[in-house]
Ligand binder design. Structure first.
Ligand code: IMP
Length: 428
């Protein structure tokens, strides 16, 4: 059975958690392939809210195998806290498997992340300060500490000594390798049973005909290679990275489901052509509860950007799109949708600018679509949507040449309508 990738099509926070949660019902294995605790998925289930940072949301279903793949970075203390939190609410965590090749986020990575943001001042990236960039930097420099190192206390101790000989010079408060090893041993004992060869596990599952879901964190425009560098994260959320991040071949992936909000949000710094000016931005934020799951920061809000979305369709090879939070737009009489960018030389383009200066200075060219001005609370199927809402969706499909397969109409799990004729994801 081929694998399905779920990828954020904007700057993250598109509502992937809810879509993954829905699709996880019909899946056997749910994997994270990149990122770390910079991600935050909020899932509302039976009135209970779960905010997950490390663990794939499939954990909420008994019997699912959940994988943290080799392409992820793991903060061991945070992962332990998350597991304890789930167990205290009666959720079994024995289905979790963590790749031994994933890298660990260490206290010095967190300290360096914050210190470099402070140093950058006005030029800061606006990171989540979870140590993501410094951990991936050490991985690339081949200085990283991996999950498999926790299997052997002696190796872990040696690695701390080597790393701290260099890192302590960068820290305001130097760390003592022995102390850290003692503290880490508690986490190590707790996490050891979860460490596994997850590439082999996923390959076997696929050979046995099982459904595998590969869940991206962040979004396309935060991709280290294809996003709005340097205002990006330090991994590759785009779909191509799903294969590497989990350790399977790209030929095993059949479907790439992009997830986009019916508008756009961005946290952190960086250019954002469709950012709304004036009170409508606050209205979208309040109605959409646009505050970060991980940091609580206010999200910047903008109108739907089809130039960015077409780019996401291209670089991910998107085969389907889920459009979330359509209900938030019910409050507006008119809905501007960005169809082209106007560049500094006066020309217009519907392709995402390849050069940073063009993107930084791009101005949105809007087409204004009529709003529907009715709540979507009782909508159970696409045919039940107001005409103007259906037109909005069709406008997106035509611009992207990608079918919209699911539409989010509210925060709760059941508030998603599936377009007729789209692949059935759930076997139930
Ligand atoms: P980092 O991933 O913490 O290094 O942050 C780099 C950039 O990615 C910053 O602009 C963050 O706000 C953004 N970012 C990281 N994770 C997320 C996410 O899950 N949602 C939205 N933005 C994110």
């Amino acid at each position: 059975m081929p694998a399905t990738v779920i990828v954020g099509a904007q700057w993250g926070d598109e509502g992937k958690g809810k879509i993954v949660d829905l699709l996880a019902q019909g899946s056997d294995v749910v994997c994270r392939y990149q990122g770390g605790p910079n991600a935050g998925h909020t899932i509302v289930r039976d009135g209970e809210t779960f905010a997950l940072h490390h663990v794939p949301s499939g954990i909420l279903y008994p019997g699912k195998v959940c994988v943290i793949g080799a392409g992820c970075v793991v903060d061991p203390a945070l992962l332990v806290r998350e597991l304890d939190g789930l167990e205290s609410r009666g959720i079994a965590t024995d289905g979790l498997r963590v790749s031994g090749n994933a890298h660990l986020i260490m206290p010095w990575h967190v300290a360096i992340d914050s210190a470099s943001e402070r140093r950058l001042g006005k030029l800061q990236i606006g990171t989540t300060r979870r140590g993501i960039g410094p951990a991936y930097a050490d991985k690339a420099a081949r200085l990283g500490i991996r999950v498999q190192d926790i299997l052997d206390p002696k190796i872990l101790r040696q690695k701390f000594e080597t790393a701290l000989a260099e890192k302590n010079a960068l820290l305001d408060e130097p760390l003592e390798p022995g102390d850290l090893a003692d503290r880490m041993e508690e986490c190590a004992v707790r996490l050891r049973p979860y460490v596994a060869d997850t590439s082999l596990l996923v390959d076997r599952a696929l050979r046995e005909g099982k459904q595998v879901l590969l869940e991206g964190a962040q979004g396309t425009l935060l991709d280290l290679d294809h996003g709005t560098y340097p205002f990006v994260t330090s991994s590759n959320p785009t779909a191509g990275a799903a294969a590497t991040g989990v350790g399977i071949g790209p030929t095993r992936i059949e479907r790439v489901l992009g997830v986009a909000k019916a508008y756009v949000t961005r946290v952190g710094e960086g250019p954002f052509p469709t950012e709304i000016e004036g009170p409508d931005q606050d209205r979208v934020r309040e109605l959409g509860h646009e505050y970060g799951t991980t940091t609580g920061r206010e999200r910047r809000c903008g109108w739907l950007d089809l130039v960015g979305l077409r780019f996401a369709a291209r670089v991910n090879g998107m085969t389907l799109l889920a459009l979330t939070k359509l209900d938030v737009l019910s409050a507006f009489d008119e809905l501007p949708v960005c169809v082209r960018y106007r560049l500094p030389d006066g020309s217009e383009t519907d392709e995402f600018p390849a050069h940073q200066s063009d993107f930084h200075h791009a101005r949105p060219v809007y087409e204004t679509l009529p709003g529907w001005r009715e709540p979507l609370d009782d909508v159970l199927e696409v045919d039940g949507l107001p005409d103007a809402a259906r037109r909005y969706i069709e406008f997106v499909e035509e611009a992207l040449d990608v079918p919209v397969c699911m539409i989010g109409t509210g925060a709760e799990r059941e508030r998603v309508v599936t377009a007729p004729g789209q692949p059935a994801y759930s076997r139930s």
